[in-house]
Design a protein around this ligand. Structure first.
Ligand code: DLL
Length: 433
């Protein structure tokens, strides 16, 4: 169901008129209130009144994660702290986190976008939403929570962790919608089986999964194991949190970006040049309604493409492809570029292996060595050693054939790869340690 019929189905011309008006306001406001933007725009020789068409956006400089770090913690806020009612931060694997702020109106906007997203996934006010995204500085938990309440559904703020208890609650409370990372969804399925709770007997009908890359094959796996329809949701704290884009249950093909609030672009990550529809590159987003933390041409580092084709669901907002990885997650193994999600796709084609894997990258002398640890099912593991070795060789061959990279595959016992309650750690790059 379309939550906001008026804005989600706007004809292109009307949508672009709204975008331009909001873009101009945002650009004027950041120029007047955020010294960083004033300096950047001056350096690029652009003034707010130079923005006369949507294409003029391209004249503005990019904003990067480094800019956010340089202005840590509150340097990019565009309103006085008295008007900031919430602060979130992204974990950041190295150094300081990235800090973002919200006014009361920003929180309302976010709730509306998340209500739209849950609705696009098929949720209604009659649903019981088991929200296992982490509550805290991470935007997942509270982002989904406010959207679920705005939709009028019953939300269970279970957060991540204590998985056995989650299964009991999911069963006893009759949850119909599950929200968590795709890797945690698989873990929930596994623990349910261990506890003797067949997921088939749960009432789940839909899962809204995101916050980390996952593949089509992983979707099939989750759908089969949890007996639900799995929907992809995308977002990042720097832009607002979850609810930047979402798949619709009607098509399940590409994620609609809420274009009345965000303007997306795709650029070549090397040259910064804009790319056309269907061309794969880095997603850049400009927020046009945020008050406390507006961002201009933010380089997300997420790799995807835009699809302007009309969608069967009736929404007119452009779709982005599934995010296959981040430009900084890309591994370069002896000169060959590989994303962890590509390895995942190869692994998922093989029946005997489970969707739990980890990539270890190391260097021996001058050579990069990629080792793929992957779990096999109970059945396969009881097979003789020779059979397991054959399976390892078969996976190595497929990786080489499809991705052009040499990897050493090591099958490991069921349940030996650490399960995550939030974002899975797929890669351990020892070259960086
Ligand atoms: O992960 C927000 C979120 C919460 C999204 C819950 C969806 C559901 P951050 O912690 O700032 O925010 O991480 C953002 O996670 O730049 C992507 O690299 C990745 N990511 C998020 N959603 C997806 C997705 C939240 N559906 C970063 N597919 C982003 C692939 C995703 N990657």
């Amino acid at each position: 169901m379309i939550y906001n019929m008026e804005f989600e189905t706007l004809p292109r011309e009307a949508l672009e008129a709204i975008q331009l008006r909001r873009l101009k306001q945002t650009v004027e406001r950041v120029y007047a209130t955020v010294p960083f933007y004033r300096k950047q725009f001056d350096k690029a020789g652009v003034r707010p009144d130079d923005i006369r068409t949507l294409d003029d956006l391209r004249r503005l400089p990019f904003t990067t994660k480094q800019d956010l770090r340089d202005n840590y913690p509150f340097g990019l806020f565009a309103v006085p702290m008295e008007n900031v009612v919430r602060i979130h931060a992204s974990s950041g694997t190295t150094g300081k986190p990235t800090v973002v702020g919200y006014t009361a109106r920003d929180i309302q906007t976010w709730a509306e976008l998340m209500a739209r997203a849950l609705s696009a996934a098929g949720a209604t006010r009659g649903d019981i939403i088991h929200n296992a995204y982490g509550y805290g500085l991470f935007t997942g938990g509270l982002g989904v929570h406010y959207g679920a309440e705005k939709l009028g559904a019953s939300v269970i703020p279970i957060s991540g962790g204590n998985t056995k208890r989650q299964i009991m609650i999911m069963k006893d409370f009759g949850a119909t919608v599950l929200t968590c990372t795709p890797s945690y969804a698989l873990h929930l399925a596994e623990v349910a089986m261990e506890m003797g709770v067949d997921p088939k007997t749960l009432k789940l009908k839909v899962g809204v999964f995101g916050a980390e890359p996952w593949s089509e094959k992983m979707r099939e796996e989750i759908e089969q194991k949890l007996y639900l329809t799995a929907i992809d949701i995308y977002g990042l704290s720097e832009i607002i949190g979850p609810g930047v884009s979402v798949e619709c249950i009607e098509a399940k093909k590409g994620l609609h970006i809420f274009e009345d609030h965000f303007i997306p672009e795709i650029i070549d990550p090397e040259t910064g040049k804009n790319l056309g529809p269907g061309e794969v590159g880095e997603l850049v987003i400009t927020t046009i309604t945020k008050e406390a933390f507006p961002v201009i041409r933010y380089r997300t580092r997420d790799i995807t493409y835009l699809n302007p084709e009309p969608c069967i669901c009736g929404r007119t907002h452009i779709r982005m492809g599934r995010v296959t990885g981040r430009s900084d997650d890309m591994l370069i193994i002896r000169g060959v570029n590989v994303f962890p999600s590509q390895i995942e796709s190869v692994l998922m084609e093989i029946d005997e292996v489970e969707p739990h894997y980890q990539l270890i990258v190391d260097r021996e002398g001058n050579l990069d060595i990629l080792t793929v640890l992957v779990e096999v099912g109970e059945h396969a593991f009881s097979d003789e050693v020779r059979k397991l070795q054959e399976l390892e060789r078969k996976i190595e061959k497929n990786i080489k054939e499809y991705l052009g990279v040499s990897a050493k595959v090591k099958l490991v016992e069921p349940k030996t790869i650490a399960r995550s309650e939030g974002k899975a750690q797929r890669v351990i790059d020892k070259r960086k340690i």
